[in-house]
Each structure stands twice: as C-alpha cells, then as structure tokens.
Design a protein around this ligand. Structure first.
Ligand code: T46
Length: 179
C-alpha cells in the first residue's frame, strides 16, 4: 500500500497492493488498520455507494453540510474518471483550491476525501463504475453543491462542453461564492 498526501490537507492518494496471478488480481480495497497506520486517521465508514456513468457524465460538485458532512474513499471498478475535490473548509489555508486526479480500473488509485470538501468527477472512458465509502449517512436535506464550471475554481474537466452530460439538478447549482 502506498499513501501520498495531496496539497489539500487531510486528503490522500492511496495505491493498494495488487496481487496478480494467472487467474486475475486481488486487492484489499480497504483495510481500517492499514488506513490508520498510513494516514493516522481513525475512520469508520457507514455507507458504500456505487454509480455507473457513461462517457462525459459529470456528477458534482456535491457536499453535505454541517453534522452530515461526509468523508469519502473513492475508486473506479470499471473505466476511468477524473476526480475533483474542492476545499470548502472555512479558515483552511487552501480554501477554494482544488485537486484533481485520474482514477481508473487500470491504475487502481483511490482518493480519500475528508469532510469539508465538495466532490465531483467526470467520466473519461466509454463508461465507468465508481464505488465509494462514506463515513456519514446520506442526508438529502443537507445536500448542497457548486456549479461545475464556476470560473473562480478554474477546474479543467478535460471533456469538451458539448460532450458533457450533466443533470438538471447539477446545472442549477450555485457559484462557489454563494454556497
Ligand atoms: C448520494 C445519494 C443519492 N441517493 C439517491 C438520490 C437520488 O434519487 C439518486 C441519485 O442521486 P444523485 O443524483 O444525487 O447522485 P450523484 O449525482 O451520483 O451524487 C453523488 O455524486 C457526487 C460525486 C458525490 O460525491 C456524492 O456522493 C453524491 O452527491 O440516488 C441515495 O439514495 N443515497 C445517496 O447517498
């Protein structure tokens, strides 16, 4: 397992060990003891999510507010995404800054996203199946978001506008300054 800090405090890139053999591969996609050893964080995930999306689908930028905020550990079971997190922690030195990373079936990278971040991803392959663990339950009433193309965030989503597939809900999200 290789764990690397990103420039946004508290978020980590995790590269699990892959055991390949003539049958295929095996990985421990999460191990609470190793996670704590490498990140120093005690984490108890309570909900696993999975979504399948076609090329160009952009989901996000989403977050849950207050006591319903969620830390997430995301990975790609199939396909390739560009995953983006935005630091929305009041008082953070990196408030408003984002980090992006390609996560794929091939590279098996995972991104740990602490509470206090907005999260989104865009699909770069024909389709992608994403699985992510959350340390807090879904709470519809606390769901908020930021419009994906807010110029103040300056995120390069890598996919041209005409190819993006975005829900009407996400297209109506507010700008960062209005969250
Ligand atoms: C997130 C969630 C959704 N739902 C229901 C609500 C809707 O009827 C349906 C689709 O939800 P939504 O369109 O919000 O799904 P995404 O656009 O993939 O949302 C997620 O996308 C970004 C990338 C995230 O990081 C969040 O986990 C989450 O906001 O699933 C649930 O029942 N439980 C849940 O935890």
């Amino acid at each position: 397992m290789i764990v690397e800090k990103t420039n946004l405090k508290g978020s980590f890139i995790i590269q699990p060990r892959v055991y390949n053999d003539e049958r295929g591969y095996f990985i421990e996609s999460f191990n609470q003891k190793d996670f704590k050893e490498y990140t120093g964080l005690d984490i108890s995930f309570v909900q696993d999510n999975e979504s399948k999306s076609l090329y160009g689908v952009l989901r996000g930028l989403h977050f849950q507010t207050g006591q319903h905020a969620q830390a997430k550990l995301i990975r790609a079971i199939k396909g390739r995404i560009m995953d983006v997190i935005v630091d929305i922690r009041q008082g953070s030195d990196t408030y408003g800054q984002h980090f992006s990373i390609e996560i794929s079936e091939e590279n098996k990278k995972q991104l740990f996203i602490p509470r206090g971040f907005a999260h989104g991803f865009v699909v770069l392959s024909e389709e992608a199946i994403i699985s992510y663990k959350c340390d807090n339950f879904y709470n519809k009433d606390s769901e908020r978001g930021i419009i994906y193309n807010d110029s103040s965030l300056d995120i390069d989503w890598k996919v041209s506008r005409q190819d993006l597939i975005i829900s009407s809900k996400d297209l109506s999200l507010p700008k960062f300054k209005n969250i």
